[in-house]
Ligand binder design. Structure first.
Ligand code: GLU
Length: 438
């Protein structure tokens, strides 16, 4: 008897055992992501039978990145590119250079990209890359050689229609220019659409650099309205004052809010009357951190979590808000500029204390939304002005947030679970429509 083809109606064996390297054997970022997926499965209806797709990255590439150092030695770095899901379109997501990068982290970041891209309904799957390196310890030449060799090594799986990297922690426009050039040299023609977040003179988009922070601000204002929080008198604490936290802080300050505490890798500063945000941005641009900023007092790093504020914006790295500090947070609302800053255990504590969490997978989606605009502009070789880009960004973010808010109300779930419901339904619906090959 021949086996019936799997047309989507047929059941899929539930919960076959995940390979050991995918199991949540620790509470690292991938473990947190798996817990977030488990929370959404009861809300997926019939699509739940495809849910295991979400627990298995489609493709994982680990590469050795050897380079000549300036002192004549050869150094080897470990690089990754993970394509979590490509059901809705090519993989999309940033590349991070950080000494603590691990495969588990890149897997989680790639999965959050799948969810994020589906949440704002841009036609992408999710991917992420990284190199385990402290880029501050490299010379300019070493950084360029490492970026180019990494790009060549992952060149077998990236491309404008396959997987499109972008900036993330410690990567920027210059690194995207080197990646674009390396890919183009290897393939024999200039392919601007292979990465986003490029310099504007190389096919980058106006507004891309500020887009993540602008998106954080946009959804933050929407969420504040729903809970009756007045932005013009709100007090903010921001962790990370780079491309995301710095821009979001600036936009909130322009709307009248007081940024009273900022923490970054250099330390924690505080000023009850509100920090001079433009001056602080200039200081960070000059010195690399908030340390040494005149016009603020220094407080202990751990005291940051006790700061009496209305809005907290974690905009640095994962796993900052945990069961150990969630009970101390005074804010009424947390807007996640970073990816994965809050653990599931902390989410539960915050929910029980009535703190609204606007999750990463919607709050920081502004960056990839304008990356999408950049990619579209590169394909059409027709570039838009900044006003049009910002207007389209705000429209997408507001529409997506409104839908998620409604799903949260209807199902009486957190905004994180609501975002996962919306996004996972989209991902699994396309998965079902496409069917299994062969
Ligand atoms: N790295 C950013 C993020 O985490 C942007 C990704 C992109 O533009 O592709 O969303």
């Amino acid at each position: 008897m021949s086996q019936a083809p799997n047309l989507g109606e047929s059941p899929i064996a539930p919960a076959s055992v995940l390979p050991s390297y995918l199991q949540a054997d620790n509470l690292g970022p991938w473990g947190n992501y798996l817990q977030q997926v488990d929370r959404v499965i009861p809300y997926l209806g019939n699509l739940a039978r495809w849910a295991e797709t979400l627990k298995r990255p489609k493709r994982i590439l680990i590469v050795d990145v050897p380079i000549h150092m300036d002192d004549g030695t050869v150094a080897h770095f470990e690089g990754y590119r993970v394509q979590h899901n490509v059901s809705r379109g090519p993989g999309k997501g940033g590349v991070r250079f950080h000494q603590d990068v691990t495969l588990s982290e890149v897997m989680a970041l790639s999965a959050w990209m799948s969810v994020k891209n589906a949440a704002v309904n841009v036609p992408y799957g999710g991917a992420k890359g990284g190199i385990r390196v402290d880029p501050k310890k490299l010379s300019h030449g070493e950084l360029e050689r490492m970026t180019r060799r990494y790009t060549s090594e992952i060149g077998i799986i990236i491309g404008p229609n396959k997987d499109i990297p972008a900036p993330d922690v410690n990567t920027n426009e210059q690194i995207m220019a080197w990646m674009m050039d390396t890919y183009s040299m290897n393939t024999g023609s200039t392919a601007t659409g292979v990465v986003t977040g490029k310099p504007v003179d190389l096919g980058g988009s106006l507004g891309r650099r500020e887009a993540t922070g602008r998106g954080v601000f946009t959804v933050g204002v929407e969420a504040a309205r729903h809970i009756g929080l007045d932005i013009s008198t709100a007090r903010l604490a921001v962790q990370g004052f780079g491309n995301v936290g710095g821009i979001a802080g600036k936009l909130f300050a322009e709307a009248g809010a007081r940024v009273i505490a900022v923490q970054d890798h250099g330390g924690t500063i505080y000023r009850e009357a509100g920090l001079d945000v433009p001056a602080l941005l200039a200081h960070v641009a000059r010195t690399g951190s908030v340390a040494g900023f005149a016009g603020a007092e220094v407080i202990a790093n751990d005291q940051f979590w006790d700061v009496d504020c209305d809005i907290l914006i974690p905009a640095a790295l994962e796993q900052q808000i945990t069961a150990a500090n969630a009970g101390r947070i005074k804010a009424r609302m947390i807007i996640e500029g970073a990816n994965g800053p809050t653990t599931p255990a902390a989410d539960d504590i915050l929910a029980s204390r009535n703190v609204l969490v606007v999750p990463d997978v919607i709050a920081n989606a502004g960056g990839v939304t304008v990356s999408y605009f950049e990619w579209v502009q590169d394909f059409s070789s027709f570039f838009w002005d900044e006003e049009e880009i910002n207007a389209r960004l705000v429209k997408i973010m507001k529409t997506a947030f409104a839908g998620i808010w409604q799903v949260a109300q209807e199902n009486k779930v957190s905004l994180r679970t609501a975002t996962f419901i919306v996004a996972c339904q989209r991902i699994l619906h396309t998965r079902e429509l496409r069917g299994l090959y062969p």
